[in-house]
Each structure stands twice: as structure tokens, then as C-alpha cells.
Design a binder for this molecule. Structure first.
Ligand code: HEC
Ligand code: HEC
Ligand code: HEC
Ligand code: HEC
Length: 128
């Protein structure tokens, strides 16, 4: 009996803290692609529920999107997940790599077209 009483309060606290942390974490999950790097966005921000999307699409490798190139060659086992696409892709063209908007469209729409799954139409990603 005594021991139950002694652990009851700490246990409740721990469960509470874990609950708060997981709730805060899930609110933090990405649901849209941040468009703040575009000076004057023309479209509503694109829907992209990062984790759910990648699970549903069955993508295992992070670097399918978060790639790393060296001298124009894709580096197979490396990932740039700690960087934004805009860290390497400028708004305007640079060094033979696609500018930012084209990079997003080629990556997102490119795969949807290739797989015959996922949205292709503007309004299916840029949802008002
Ligand atoms: C598969 C999803 C997808 C589709 C389909 C798509 N886009 Fe995008 N688009 C994006 C993403 C992701 C970005 C970068 C983040 C953002 O702006 O949402 C972007 C960025 C843009 C931007 C630059 C940011 C801005 O708002 O000015 C424009 C303009 C744009 N898209 C127009 C279009 C047009 C026009 C179409 C249809 C011909 C289209 N997009 C179809 C995903 C998509
Ligand atoms: C289908 C493409 C795609 C795949 C696959 C993918 N990501 Fe991302 N991820 C993105 C995009 C797009 C962004 C937003 C980048 C930006 O705003 O420049 C992003 C952002 C992130 C961020 C930034 C954190 C945030 O919430 O803003 C992290 C961390 C991340 N991804 C980790 C991963 C990891 C780990 C994997 C593999 C398990 C992965 N990603 C797989 C497309 C992808
Ligand atoms: C560390 C720098 C870096 C980051 C971060 C990066 N890219 Fe790239 N990306 C490059 C380089 C360099 C090229 C040109 C490769 C070549 O020479 O063909 C490229 C090419 C591309 C291409 C065309 C070739 C291909 O692989 O399909 C697309 C599309 C693209 N990037 C999309 C993205 C998206 C979307 C993100 C964010 C999720 C992103 N990139 C993040 C460096 C980067
Ligand atoms: C490597 C392939 C691949 C890439 C890259 C990819 N997608 Fe997808 N996407 C898919 C597949 C496959 C589906 C269909 C999943 C299903 O069957 O539910 C999908 C579905 C979607 C959907 C509808 C379902 C949902 O999750 O809401 C949206 C919106 C979407 N993708 C947005 C994007 C955006 C935005 C990007 C770029 C940042 C992107 N996708 C990059 C493969 C990809």
C-alpha cells in the first residue's frame, strides 16, 4: 500500500509531462512547406504533411528529397535534412541547378508524375 502511495504522485507527474511533450511535438510537425523565402508569394502555401506524406508514399530514404551533390554527382548515402532547400537553391538560377520554385516543382510534381500518384494540379497543392 505504502509504496503505491509513494509512487502515485511522481508517476502521475511523469505521465503528465510525457503527455504535454508529445502534444507539443505533434503540433510542431510540418503540415505545409514554409514559403517565407519567396519575396511575394503568388499562391497559397503548399500542403505537405511531412511524416504522413512520406509514410503514405512509402519513401524510406530521406535523401530522395534532402540530397547532397558533389561536383554534380549525387552522393548516395548523405542527406541534407538539416538544411533548407533554399540554402542551396536560390530564387534565381545559379550554377546549373534549378532555382527554388522549379526545384520544388521538379521534386514534388516530378515524382507524382513518375509514380502516377499524388497531386499534379496547382490547386491540389496550393490549397486556399
Ligand atoms: C505537388 C505539389 C505542387 C503542385 C502541383 C504545384 N506546386 Fe507550386 N509549389 C509547390 C511547393 C512545395 C512550393 C514551395 C513552397 C510554397 O510556396 O508552397 C511551390 C511554389 C510555387 C510558387 C512560388 C511561391 C509563390 O507562391 O509565389 C509559385 C508561383 C507556384 N508554386 C505556382 C504553381 C502553379 C501555377 C502550379 C500549377 C501549374 C503549381 N505551383 C503546382 C508545390 C506544388
Ligand atoms: C518527399 C520529400 C521529402 C522526404 C522523403 C523527406 N523530407 Fe524532410 N523535408 C522536405 C521538405 C520539402 C522540407 C522543407 C524544406 C524547406 O522548407 O526548405 C523538409 C524539412 C525537413 C526538416 C526541417 C524541420 C522542419 O520541420 O522544418 C527535417 C528535420 C527533415 N525534413 C527531416 C527529414 C528526415 C529525417 C527524412 C527521412 C526520414 C526526411 N526529412 C524525408 C521533404 C522531404
Ligand atoms: C546541399 C545543397 C542542396 C540542398 C540542401 C538541396 N539541393 Fe537540390 N540540388 C543541389 C545541387 C547542387 C543540384 C544540381 C545537381 C546537378 O548538378 O545536376 C540540385 C538539383 C536539384 C534538382 C534537379 C535534379 C534532381 O535531383 O532532380 C531538384 C528537383 C532539386 N535539387 C530539389 C531540391 C529540393 C526540393 C530540396 C529540399 C528538400 C533540395 N533540392 C535541397 C543542391 C541542394
Ligand atoms: C519520391 C516521390 C514523391 C515526392 C518527391 C513527393 N511526393 Fe507527394 N506523394 C507521393 C505519392 C506516392 C503520393 C500518394 C500517396 C498515397 O497513395 O496516399 C503523394 C501524395 C501527395 C499529396 C496528397 C496526399 C497527402 O499527403 O496530402 C500531397 C499534397 C503531396 N503528395 C505533396 C507533395 C509535395 C508538396 C512534395 C514536395 C515537397 C511532394 N509531395 C513530393 C510521392 C512523392
Amino acid at each position: 500500500m505504502n509504496i503505491v502511495k509513494r509512487i502515485a504522485l511522481p508517476l502521475t507527474l511523469i505521465v503528465g509531462i510525457v503527455f504535454i511533450l508529445t502534444t507539443a511535438w505533434s503540433q510542431d510537425e510540418m503540415t505545409v512547406v514554409d514559403n517565407s523565402v519567396f519575396d511575394n508569394p503568388q499562391r497559397p502555401v503548399s500542403v505537405f504533411e511531412h511524416d504522413l506524406h512520406n509514410e503514405a508514399a512509402g519513401i524510406d530514404e530521406c535523401n530522395v528529397c534532402h540530397h547532397v551533390y558533389e561536383d554534380g554527382q549525387l552522393v548516395e548515402d548523405e542527406s541534407s535534412e538539416d538544411m533548407s532547400c533554399s540554402d542551396c537553391h536560390d530564387l534565381e538560377t545559379s550554377d546549373g541547378q534549378p532555382p527554388l520554385m522549379s526545384a520544388f516543382h521538379a521534386n514534388c510534381k516530378g515524382c507524382h508524375e513518375a509514380e502516377g500518384k499524388g497531386p499534379i494540379m496547382c490547386g491540389e497543392c496550393h490549397i486556399k
